[in-house]
Design a protein around this ligand. Structure first.
Ligand SMILES: [Cu+2]
Length: 331
């Protein structure tokens, strides 16, 4: 209720002051979620107030420097007296402005924190360094797919350190914290693909912790969900392996083109013999890959650190077999 009155008021007052903001600007991408308006209003209000005072204060500084500079015949004289009217003015105007800023910010915050009851719920798991989205039917994907025009609630947690989910086009940003759940919501207005970032510095692969948000037509979304739900059934093994590889975020640490990242590139590894950190060596075959996925700590490849999470309980045998097929196909 408060939110509605507030944003109604903001929509009446603010666009008149700052111009409409339905397209993007130098500062912000186009607002593509229904709740974006409140954030934009607060942002633009603060920005234009700052422009105004920047110009006023620096304008007066320059003016006074020129006008009252010392020159022959104009010596310094002390004439300042206290003026209640002046002091009241420069206190009350900023007070009123900051109250308006707080109000606009608060209204937007309340709106961003209160998902509508009937929202579609997707769970989010953040992990160094990928996103995993789980849909109500159990489908898992590393990109966020949503139907257009339907409110979507994200219930988020982290497997390791604090991450933060940010979708600039939707003006959504919320910390993702291990050991607890945080939530946020949005409602896509236009079909399209948008960027999703981690905005909490979370280690080496932080800048690779990216995903896409794909806003589908409602029917397309259901079709996508159906196809995505049965990867193994809908694809030949190597292709299924590639999809699982992407979904489980392997790609944020392993390239498939020869470049090492946090982990070694997986191109052409099958059939090779790798030196391990403890001085031993191991031949890369199906069993080695399987062990790398389930017990990554037992054999550490030389030149790399024990940074790979275990996928025990996350990938079943069939899925691991498909991933092995995919890694073999990279030879
Ligand atoms: Cu992160």
């Amino acid at each position: 209720m408060l939110g509605q009155v507030g944003s109604g008021l903001a929509q009446l007052v603010v666009p008149a002051l700052v111009g409409q903001s339905s397209t993007g600007s130098f500062w912000l991408p186009p607002p593509d979620s229904v709740a974006s308006g409140a954030v934009d209003h607060a942002f633009h209000f603060v920005m234009y107030v700052s422009y105004f005072f920047f110009a006023l204060i620096f304008g007066l500084i320059v003016l006074f420097v020129v006008k009252y500079r010392r020159r022959p015949g104009a010596e310094a004289v002390k004439t300042a007296k206290s003026s209640l009217a002046l002091e009241a003015t420069w206190s009350l105007i900023p007070l009123a402005l900051t109250i308006v800023m707080f109000y606009l910010g608060f209204v937007g915050y309340v709106e961003l924190r209160s998902p509508p009851e009937r929202a579609y719920e997707i769970s989010v798991l953040a992990r160094k360094w990928s996103w995993q989205f789980t849909y109500p039917d159990g489908t898992i994907d590393n990109n966020l797919h949503v139907p257009v025009g339907e409110p979507v609630r994200l219930v988020m947690t982290s497997d390791d350190v604090i991450h933060s989910l940010s979708i600039p086009a939707f003006r959504v940003k919320m910390d993702v914290v291990p050991g607890r759940y945080t939530r946020t919501w949005f409602q896509g207005k236009e079909l399209g693909t948008y960027d999703l970032y981690c905005t909490e510095y979370c280690g080496t692969g932080h800048s690779d912790m990216l995903a896409s948000v794909v806003v589908h037509e409602a029917d397309d979304f259901r079709a996508w969900l159906k196809a995505a739900g049965d990867v193994l059934g809908n694809n030949p093994p190597a292709k299924a392996g590639e999809i699982l590889f992407r979904r489980h975020g392997c790609g944020s640490c392993h390239s498939t083109d020869g470049t090492p990242r946090v982990g070694p590139s997986l191109q052409g590894i099958v059939g090779q013999t790798h030196a391990m950190a403890d001085g031993s060596s191991a031949a890369v075959d199906e069993n080695y890959i399987r062990q790398s996925i389930l017990e990554p700590g037992t054999k550490i490849r030389q030149g790399f650190r024990n940074q790979m999470p275990t996928y025990k309980g996350r990938l079943n045998d069939q899925e691991i077999t498909a991933i092995i097929q995919y890694i073999k196909s990279l030879n």
